[in-house]
Design a protein around this ligand. Structure first.
Ligand code: PMV
Length: 319
């Protein structure tokens, strides 16, 4: 039996970092996906491999260890945690293919986690619904990373646009917004744990200054929710730019990210900001017009990708 599942990557539109302190956030699934194929292994060992990433590793699913024959895959920790919790240790081959750059703030770890869980449950003939899947995927991410909001795993599971409320409730809302975005990414990865800690330290040292910044980001997210509902493109772009200024004040911006943010605006993006934890990783530029120009301008210096929202969450294929 072959079990295949895929899940989308995501971009955080508003509210990163503030979401850690209970403020709302908005994220959207993108039309770039991760696919996991699980088959029975023809040998006695379990294998995790990805031609797209150039690695192959032999897994010990009982003690979360691996021997890599090719490459050093960071994503393997998520796979090992999943197999440790949910697999019966029979030898399998897990094959990963993906069209999102890994470790660039586009939610590759959540997409890999969600698609691996779905493919594995399906391989074992286990019935599950999306709420259960999102919950388990969040548990895996939290356990591997030490800290994770349910935003990434929810978006990868349900697809579409997700609003995470102050009460930590997930709402999927109908998108009315034209959804042309350009993503600019550096090959320097952001470290989410490190960035979350540095914001916490700033907040502890300057709480009277930083607390209102966090609250303001929450207000921006709520305004953006209305802008999306009413397809107010100029407001949406403006709010992105304000959010970017506040993220900069929290110390998560870098020279490279800032350069991409301003290149995008100069080339005609309606708004541009860091997406995700910052300190490396990606920016998003909202381009209802000038998409090609923004794409080419960023591509001159960094990597760029054109993306759209995707309403499609996790998909399981039975073969
Ligand atoms: O860079 P990412 O995609 O891991 O996003 C991190 C977003 C934070 O708000 C900084 C942390 C979180 O868990 O929400």
């Amino acid at each position: 039996m072959e079990s295949i599942a895929s899940a989308p990557g995501k971009m955080i539109l508003f509210g990163e970092h503030a979401v850690v302190y209970g403020e709302p956030a908005i994220a959207g699934a993108v039309n770039k996906r991760v696919t996991i194929k699980i088959t029975k292994s023809s040998t006695n060992s379990s294998i995790f491999k990805s031609d797209d990433l150039g690695f192959e590793a032999e897994l010990n699913t009982r003690n979360k260890r691996y021997i890599s024959n090719r490459g050093k895959p960071g994503i393997i920790k998520y796979i090992l945690e999943i197999l440790f919790r949910f697999h019966d240790h029979s030898p399998i081959v897990i094959d990963l293919s993906l069209d999102i750059p890994i470790g660039s703030g586009l939610g590759s770890s959540a997409a890999v986690t969600v698609s691996t869980l779905a493919a594995l449950f399906n391989y074992h003939g286990k019935k599950f619904n999306k709420n259960y899947l999102a919950k388990k995927a969040h548990e895996i991410e939290s356990s591997v990373q030490g800290i994770a909001s349910p935003l990434d795993t929810s978006v990868s599971t349900f697809g579409g646009l997700i609003y995470l409320s102050r009460e930590k409730k997930i709402f999927k809302f109908t998108n009315k917004l034209q959804s042309s975005f350009v993503i600019g990414y550096t090959l320097k990865r952001g470290n989410t744990g490190k960035m979350v800690k540095s914001v916490r330290s700033l907040k502890n040292r300057y709480s009277k200054i930083v607390d209102p910044i966090i609250t303001s980001i929450g207000e921006i997210t709520d305004e953006a929710k209305f802008a999306i509902a009413h397809n107010n493109q100029s407001k949406f772009g403006e709010l992105m730019n304000i959010n970017q200024g506040l993220l900069d004040s929290l110390g998560v911006n870098t020279k490279e990210l800032s350069r991409m943010v301003y290149i995008a605006r100069k080339a005609g993006a309606h708004g541009s900001k860091i997406t995700g934890s910052g300190g490396g990783g990606s920016i998003i530029a909202f381009c209802p017009t000038n998409e090609e120009k923004v794409f080419r301008s960023i591509s001159k210096y960094d990597n760029a990708l054109k993306v759209r929202f995707s309403n499609e969450g996790v998909i399981v294929q039975n073969r």
